[in-house]
Design a protein around this ligand. Structure first.
Ligand code: SAH
Length: 343
């Protein structure tokens, strides 16, 4: 059976070629053709010997994603709906800004973690994405954008990236490979609902990437209510893992905090949040809740400014985020777990 060439990191490909008594440097040549020159036909790889081209053709193939819908929001955010080989669907979002273009990739079909406010987990979990399915989201949109480039990649689409640890780490290995797409590691962010053991594993790898933690509440009672994962990894354990990660990486950890009307915006919430973050280098993004079919609301401006006022008093630095792509349901938490079932 042929193997999907885009499932391989450079070192895996080198090992594979050496195992077949082929030169190690062939792997770099292939990476250059596939990821830099963007040629997806082994027979056209003109600096590779005929025998080796035939070997590649006989043993490997190029997978691809079928884009079945592309929507552009009023603010120019674009959402791509891809159909996978097993007829499942994933969504990928491109967020253009004046100085950067951020790609928001999915890591799983569906999600296991059932955060109450998030549309992505509503239909449960189907499966992990393979390495090439992550890479192909990037390549499809990079090709469509050319000659402009994707500057940043965030694992903030559907799924929990740390629950698909091995494939996500391999995909990051490919994306950051200098002989390949060469995306700078500091421009890659993994967002997690708080899988403490995997946050520690990620810290040990010291990949130079950024970590974002979906926090959303500052007490165990409230967080467990919103995010069942908090019952497995309560705040004390999560923050211990985050502090471990912060020691092993250069960049401050980011926290995402969705503002939900009447739920997590009180004076007490601000106080608990400042306690939780004390002594840590961090950034916190406050995101007014993006409406979905779920039973939550966004606070009004007065509620938001009362909360941010309380944070300021306690020296908590924050950024208030503007939602993007709401009109095409491309904003945080609006991507769907199972597109076909919600049609
Ligand atoms: N599973 C990972 C990656 C998903 S990122 C994680 O939880 O971090 C998607 C982000 O959007 C998360 O921070 C999530 O909590 C947030 N989100 C979900 N629903 C939202 C909504 N309706 N409004 C604003 N943000 C939301």
């Amino acid at each position: 059976m042929k193997a999907d060439i885009k499932d391989y990191t450079l070192s895996e490909l080198e090992k594979c070629f050496i195992g077949h008594s082929l030169p190690k440097f062939l792997a770099r040549q292939v990476f250059d053709w596939v990821y830099k020159k963007r040629v997806e036909d082994f027979l056209k790889m003109s600096n590779i010997s005929n025998d080796n081209r035939l070997f590649l053709k006989d043993n490997f193939y190029f997978s691809w994603l079928e884009c079945i819908k592309r929507e552009v929001s009023r603010d120019k955010t674009e959402k791509f709906l891809f159909k996978l080989r097993d007829n499942t669907h994933i969504e990928t979002v491109l967020i253009p800004e004046p100085l950067r273009r951020t790609l928001c990739v999915s890591s799983q079909v569906g999600c296991k973690f059932s955060c109450k406010f998030c549309a992505s987990g509503q239909f449960g979990f189907k499966r992990n994405l393979g390495v090439s399915e992550i890479i192909n989201q990037y390549l499809f949109i990079a090709d469509a954008l050319f000659p402009e480039t994707i500057t940043n990649i965030v694992f903030m689409g559907v799924g929990e990236p740390l629950d698909n640890f091995t494939n996500v780490i391999k995909a990051i290995g490919i994306l950051t490979e200098p002989a390949g797409p060469q995306v700078s590691s500091r421009r890659i962010t993994i967002s997690t609902c708080g899988l403490a053991p995997e946050i520690i594993e990620l810290g040990k790898l010291s990949l130079g990437i950024k970590l974002s933690v979906s926090l959303h509440a500052s007490t165990d009672a409230k967080r467990s209510n919103l995010m069942p994962v908090n019952k497995t990894y309560p705040l004390s354990e999560l923050m211990k893992a985050v502090r471990y990660f912060a020691k092993h990486e250069r960049y401050p950890v980011t926290f995402e905090y969705v503002l939900i009307r009447g739920f997590n915006t009180s004076k007490e919430d601000a106080l608990q949040l400042s306690r939780l973050l004390s002594g840590l280098r961090y950034k916190i993004n406050l995101i007014p809740y993006n409406l979905s079919s779920l039973d939550f609301n966004s606070p009004d401006n007065e509620e938001i400014s009362l909360f941010t006022g309380e944070l300021q008093k306690r020296g908590v630095f924050f950024t208030l985020r503007k939602p993007r792509g709401q009109d095409i349901t491309a904003a945080c938490g609006q991507l769907r777990a199972s597109w076909s079932r919600t049609r």
